[in-house]
Design a protein around this ligand. Structure first.
Ligand code: FPP
Length: 247
């Protein structure tokens, strides 16, 4: 428990936090280490932040672990990231179960290398009965891919006469997204000082509070999560209304 945890208002903890984990490479470079050691240290942050989020009652934590655009990185780094994913999932299943963490994933999962896909499905299956927190890994994910996929799916249903185009509303569209059944994140965090969304959850963050910190992901832990939540709790979320209506 950090000294900040006592300041968090339990009733105002976001149900869903999404994080763009950024800065592993720069963290490593600063220390004269290979980039892959930055990713390895990033796994420690994943562990600590997942536990910290569960402790204060966050129900869903979505982490941007590999974007569609990340395939363009040097092949050795892509291979290292995929191996790290397999190794991490396999190595963590026991702790995930001990800590009540249900694993889930969004993205074009079938296009992942076979070993990563298999490890992921195994992790999801073996943790499916946990209820304390859901850890959603965004893998081979991009929001534009997801929105196009949903559009195609609904267009096909309409073409088959299963759906009238005029009936497509927010609810139907949301059910066609890969986050179907998961509430929208109230808070989106990006580490490392970059202030972009980078094709992450574009539909779902329509009303999310954005929190940017210069801390690199391997240095982001319990305390930094508490700081982000306190910043979120100080804000007034008006959803297009005026202050007096929401106060
Ligand atoms: C961004 O840092 C990080 C990634 C693209 C990958 C994140 C992956 C992990 C933390 C490890 C695997 C995760 C799980 C959930 C098992 P960057 O490489 O873009 O850093 P840079 O911008 O400083 O180069």
């Amino acid at each position: 428990m950090t000294d900040l945890q006592a300041l968090i208002i339990p009733d105002k903890v976001p149900r869903h936090i999404a994080i763009i984990m950024d800065g592993n490479g720069r963290w490593a470079k600063q220390k004269g280490l290979p980039r892959v050691l930055g990713h390895r240290s990033g796994v420690k942050s994943v562990r600590e932040v997942t536990e910290a989020a569960a402790e204060i009652g966050v129900e869903y934590l979505t982490l941007y672990a590999f974007s569609t655009e990340n395939w363009n990185r040097p092949p050795a780094e892509v291979t290292a990231l995929m191996s790290l994913l397999v190794e991490t999932i396999r190595g963590e299943i026991r702790d995930l179960n001990k800590n009540g963490v249900r694993l889930a994933a969004i993205g074009d999962l079938e296009a992942l290398p076979k070993a990563s896909h298999t490890a992921l499905l195994e992790g999801i299956e073996k943790t499916k009965n946990n209820t304390r927190i859901t850890l959603v890994l965004a893998l081979n994910y991009s929001a534009k891919w997801e929105i196009l996929r949903a559009t195609r799916l609904l267009a096909e249903q309409a073409a088959q006469g299963l759906l009238k185009p005029a009936d497509i509303d927010e609810h139907i569209f949301e059910n066609a997204l890969s986050t179907c059944g998961i509430p929208d994140p109230e808070l989106l965090i990006r580490t490392s000082g970059e202030t972009r969304i980078s094709n992450f959850l574009l539909w779902q963050i329509a009303y999310a509070e954005l929190y940017f910190t210069s801390v690199f992901w391997p240095d982001f832990g319990r305390r930094e999560l508490h700081e982000a939540i306190l910043s979120y709790q100080r804000r007034e979320r008006r959803f297009g209304m005026i202050s007096e209506q929401v106060g």
